[in-house]
Design a protein around this ligand. Structure first.
Ligand SMILES: [Zn+2]
Length: 311
């Protein structure tokens, strides 16, 4: 399909796929060099669920990060590509929608559970769009310290080739997509995709619906940026917007608001304890997430560490 650009600030075209769900990836710490291989293997048999949303948009869950699929006149547009090891299930799920090829793939950020399928989707014909920092991080070895994960550079075919660092509006005459970057939040590569006619907003990993988020400081993320990104998402969303989080079930503005309030309260609680001179262990012992753990995760220690690092 053709999506001519109808507005832009700064645009780069060049010639020339981790978030990490702590529930599935952190149970054991594998050797660093094997992290990606093991993550692929752990997700190879995932079941993909397909949920029709509004108009011509389908939500695919189970391939790693959550995926959105837009079916347009001349082909499909996808937001995020999941694990490479989920290729066969994704091909089946996409074929069940219709037989059209993938024309465009947009990455919400560089983490491999959102970009690992880039290579096969590119081979299938997709042009890949992303924040310019996504290409930068995918092009070089990355060390995700929180997971002791050394991630090697992606194959050339997996790299995004249409890059930007602010916002763009795309339209094919029927569908309008607003792509908006965030200041560093979950990483320094994040962007959102708003399908305006359908009123569906994909937030990438700036929103984790129902559990504490991972914040990747090694990739430029920080807690205050997460809060700002959530406020940006809230400003975009209306009461009836369908909100796709990077991880977790489909959400709405009320749940996004709850996520925001959780982040702010815990940030403030942790900041106060740190300002009093408490160590991380002492901060964890003071239970700054009390009242939230039942809903957002009964093992908050890692999340408290992410917050502590940024206040
Ligand atoms: Zn992520």
């Amino acid at each position: 399909m053709t999506f001519p650009v109808i507005s832009r600030r700064r645009f780069l075209a060049v010639t020339a796929s981790a978030c990490f769900n702590p529930r599935t990836l952190c149970a054991q710490q594998p050797p660093a060099q094997d992290f990606l291989t093991r993550a692929r293997a752990a997700n190879a048999n995932n079941k993909i669920t397909a949920t029709p949303l509004r108009r011509n948009i389908t939500f695919l869950g189970g391939a790693g990060g959550n995926i959105a699929v837009l079916t347009a006149k001349e082909g499909k547009l996808l937001v995020d590509s999941g694990y490479a090891s989920c290729q066969s299930q994704l091909i089946a799920a996409l074929a069940a929608i219709n037989a059209d090829p993938i024309q465009v793939l947009i990455n919400t950020h560089w983490h491999f559970d959102h970009t690992d399928g880039n290579d096969w989707m590119h081979s299938a014909g997709a042009t890949i769009w992303a924040h310019e920092n996504t290409r930068y991080r995918m092009s070089s070895t990355q060390n995700i310290v929180a997971y002791k994960a050394i991630i090697p550079p992606a194959r050339t075919g997996a790299l995004p080739t249409i890059l930007f660092n602010s916002y763009r509006t795309l339209s094919d005459g029927t569908n309008t997509l607003k792509l908006t970057h965030y200041e560093p939040a979950h990483t320094d590569t994040d962007l959102s995709v708003h399908f305006t006619e359908a009123n569906v907003l994909h937030c990438g990993d700036t929103f984790w619906n129902g559990f504490y988020p991972f914040i990747d400081y090694s990739s430029g993320g920080n807690i205050n940026g997460m809060i700002q990104a959530t406020e940006q998402n809230l400003a975009t969303a209306a009461a009836d917007t369908i909100i796709i989080p990077g991880h977790g079930p489909l959400g709405d503005k009320a749940q996004l608001t709850e996520f925001h309030d959780m982040l702010v309260t815990i940030r403030d609680n942790v900041a106060k304890l740190k300002k009093e001179g408490k160590s991380l262990d002492e901060t964890i012992a003071a239970k700054p997430t009390a009242g939230f753990d039942e809903k957002w995760g009964k093992k908050p220690d890692a999340f408290i560490g992410y917050v502590y690092q940024g206040v």
